[in-house]
Every structure is written in structure tokens, then in C-alpha cells.
Design a protein around this ligand. Structure first.
Ligand code: AMP
Length: 281
């Protein structure tokens, strides 16, 4: 497994591999790897001859009040996990490498970046889109793998890739959950035992909502109210949002139909957890 830390070296390594006709799969992450990330790596491994994993905690997607400094960094453990999954290259750039002084260019995706998570995290998706654009230009993969866990992020990035003609295919992989249903996240490390137990209400609420919809409920507001009530009754979580939207466009739904995404964000203490469920009626 090769470790590459500069954009130039990354690009020249990829050029050599491309000339040799290799198919390249790419999994961008912020590290602190868990089974969710590894599911993306395994899929990339099955579908490509070369797998590149990037680890970069991107300061541009954290607001000043958020957890950039505290975000877990586990280079040694991550390297071991990546090696075990037969990753070929880890791209591990420094902040200075990704944002050398004088950087002035950003990628803004209109409309869909300002709703849901974008509402309470202004600038977040600008940071995400900019760094993923830069990573795609560094790794130049055939296919990039994203997780459904970050549903809005996947929609925003697909839009960016389409709009800016990035020559890359996108695959979105299902959410990996713990045995108790909690969606795996690097931020789960921040939760106390009690908060972790309480946070199970998120996946349970989503699962119940899907059941109700599949058995006939079509009123989005009613579904949202039921989930909100359940979270309030069973936990100390502070709800940021619960929303029923079209899974492809993120347009809010009144009457439930088509490809449905129920997404939510809830604070447990200072930790903001997100979860969602997606299904077609
Ligand atoms: P992050 O390191 O949180 O930026 O995540 C890197 C990639 O892993 C993103 O595409 C995430 O959506 C994906 N990911 C994170 N957690 C999970 C999970 N529990 N299941 C599936 N994919 C995930």
C-alpha cells in the first residue's frame, strides 16, 4: 500500500496507472474509519483494479463553532484498516497541500445546498463540494463511492459532478448500522453511553415511519409529527430537522409518492447526528 501526500505525486501515480489501462475506484473520507467507510472500500475493491482512499479532515466544511479541532484523527489505525482491505493508495494530504495560501476558488451548488443540513450548517456544502472537486482532480478516478448515510451530501455532489462535467461515475452505497440500528459515524465516538442508547430512537423512528407509509399513510406532515413526537418522548435529543423530501431532488413532499427520503438531524449534547431512510413507493 502506497501513501501519497502531495497532489502532484497523486496525479502522476494515477496517470501511470491510467496509461496501463487500470480502472480506478475512489473513496473520499475524513478518516477515523469504521465499517461504514469500509463497506465503500470493499465495493470499490470488487469493482476496480486500483482502489484509492483519501483521508482529509476538511476545515472548509466545519463552521467556527463546530468540532474541527476535536474531530477524531487516527492515522495509524486507519492505515492498518486500509491495508487489511487491500487499498492500493492512501491519499493523505495536509491542510497546506489542499489549501495553499492564496486559494480563492470555491464550488457553490445552488438551492439544494442551503436546505436541510445546509440550513443549520451554512457554508458546509460549499466546503464539501470544493474539497471533493479538488480530490477528484487529484485522483481522477473512474468511479467515486459515497455513502447514503450522508444523503444530502450525495445529492449535492452528484449535482456538482453533473454540472461541472467531472468525468467520473458515482455510486452511492447503503447505510451501515450497528447491531442495534444506530447508523455508524465517526461522531458516535463523542456520545456518552446514555446518549448512545437514546440515539437509537432515530433509526427506530425512521423504520416505523417507513412501515406506516408502506401500509398507506401519505401525509408527510403527519409522518414528520410522529417522528418528532417519538424523539421528544424517548430522548433528550434536540431536533434540528425532520423532513420528507424527494430522494433525487430534495424537494419537500406534501403527499408522499415516488422516491422518498426521510432525513433527520438531532443534537445529543453537542453531538449532531444525522440519519435517513430512502425507499420507493
Ligand atoms: P466521512 O468520513 O464521514 O466524511 O465519510 C466518508 C464517506 O463514508 C461518505 O461518503 C459517507 O457517506 C460514508 N459513510 C459514513 N458513514 C457511513 C455509514 N454508516 N454507512 C455508509 N456509508 C457511510
Amino acid at each position: 500500500m502506497q501513501m501519497i501526500r502531495s497532489v502532484k505525486s497523486m496525479q502522476s501515480a494515477i496517470r501511470r496507472l491510467r496509461t496501463a489501462g487500470k480502472k480506478i475506484g475512489f473513496v473520499p473520507t475524513m478518516g477515523a474509519l469504521h465499517e461504514g467507510h469500509l463497506s465503500l472500500v470493499r465495493r470499490a475493491r470488487r469493482e476496480n483494479e486500483v482502489v484509492v482512499l483519501s483521508i482529509f479532515v476538511n476545515p472548509a466544511q466545519f463552521s467556527p463553532r463546530e468540532d474541527f479541532k476535536a474531530y477524531p484523527r487516527q492515522e495509524k489505525e486507519d492505515k492498518l484498516l486500509a491495508k487489511r482491505e487491500k487499498v492500493d493508495i492512501i491519499f493523505y494530504p495536509s491542510e497546506h497541500e489542499m489549501y495553499p495560501p492564496g486559494c480563492l476558488t470555491h464550488i457553490d451548488v445552488d438551492k439544494i445546498a442551503g436546505i436541510l443540513c445546509g440550513k443549520s450548517r451554512p457554508g458546509h456544502f460549499r466546503g464539501v463540494a470544493t474539497v471533493v472537486g479538488k480530490l477528484l482532480n487529484s485522483v481522477m478516478p473512474d468511479t467515486v463511492y459515497f455513502g447514503q448515510k450522508d444523503a444530502q451530501q450525495a445529492v449535492v455532489l452528484k449535482q456538482m459532478i453533473r454540472d461541472l462535467n467531472f468525468p467520473v461515475a458515482v455510486k452511492v452505497c447503503p447505510i451501515v448500522r450497528g447491531h442495534d440500528g444506530l447508523a455508524l459515524s465517526s461522531r458516535n465516538l463523542y456520545l456518552s453511553d446514555r446518549q448512545r442508547r437514546e440515539a437509537l430512537v432515530l433509526s427506530r423512528g425512521l423504520k416505523e415511519a417507513k412501515k406506516k407509509i408502506v401500509s398507506g399513510e401519505r401525509n408527510a406532515q403527519k409522518v414528520i409529527r410522529t417522528i418528532r413526537k417519538k424523539i421528544a418522548a424517548r430522548s433528550s435529543g434536540r431536533i434540528d430537522y425532520v423532513a420528507c423530501v424527494d430522494a433525487d431532488t430534495l424537494e419537500p413532499l406534501k403527499k408522499l409518492k415516488g422516491n422518498i427520503l426521510i432525513a433527520l438531524a438531532v443534537y445529543f449534547g453537542k453531538t449532531r447526528l444525522i440519519d435517513n431512510i430512502v425507499f420507493r413507493l
